[in-house]
Design a protein around this ligand. Structure first.
Ligand SMILES: CC(C)(COP(=O)(O)OP(=O)(O)OC[C@H]1O[C@@H](n2cnc3c(N)ncnc32)[C@H](O)[C@@H]1OP(=O)(O)O)[C@@H](O)C(=O)NCCC(=O)NCCS
Length: 159
């Protein structure tokens, strides 16, 4: 895992649109997916990178296959034990369900434990809900996404 740079953003933007469209197409309406895709701009990735730590994972040939951004600037109504938020976490559609997401999350969690973080929150996609449950997150209600306005599960994990 390494820190992302601005030169990664175009690539990871394409990866994220591709994987969300493929995995979420049966869980959200076409309109909701369209709104979400429109919001995925280069500037948004730059803003995330400025507000948090953006990490990428590469395959053996320096090709980025997964990315995640985590920030202390939490945006949703998490419980008081949450002091970090996962803004985004995704794996290339060619690599999903092969343990990559789990690995990436664990690497981030290890860093947060070293930093003595208290807890992690994420507004989960409906697709990722079982994934976060497997990683030890529990649901603390639902709230509307600031991006798509759809209701999403609030997932939290105390570290
Ligand atoms: C959600 C996502 C990050 C998971 O990464 P992944 O590499 O596919 O997941 P892993 O292979 O590491 O899975 C870890 C565990 O979660 C389970 N899991 C992962 N996705 C799941 C799903 N959609 N439904 C049920 N279980 C799932 C796996 O079976 C695995 O279980 P195991 O440990 O018992 O074998 C990835 O599928 C993705 O990018 N999805 C689209 C974008 C998205 O929704 N991101 C989340 C935004 S909040």
């Amino acid at each position: 895992m390494r820190e992302a740079t601005e030169s990664d953003y175009t690539n990871i933007l394409e990866l994220s649109v591709d994987v969300f469209s493929k995995t979420c197409r049966f869980l959200y309406s076409e309109n909701e997916i369209g709104i979400w895709i429109k919001a995925q701009t280069f500037q948004r990735f730059v803003d995330y990178g400025n507000q948090g730590d953006y990490f990428v994972l590469e395959d053996g040939q320096s090709k980025v296959i997964a990315a995640a951004c985590i920030s202390t600037a939490t945006r949703y109504n998490f419980s008081s034990s949450v002091d970090h938020e996962i803004y985004t976490l995704f794996v290339s559609s060619d690599y999903i369900l092969k343990g990559i997401g789990h690995y990436l999350y664990n690497e981030i969690e290890k860093r947060l434990v070293l930093k003595k973080a208290k807890g992690i929150g994420v507004l989960s996609s409906l697709y990722a809900h079982p994934f976060y449950k497997k990683l030890g997150f529990t649901q603390n209600g639902t709230t509307r996404s600031l991006i798509t306005n759809v209701k999403c599960p609030i997932m939290e994990k105390v570290l």
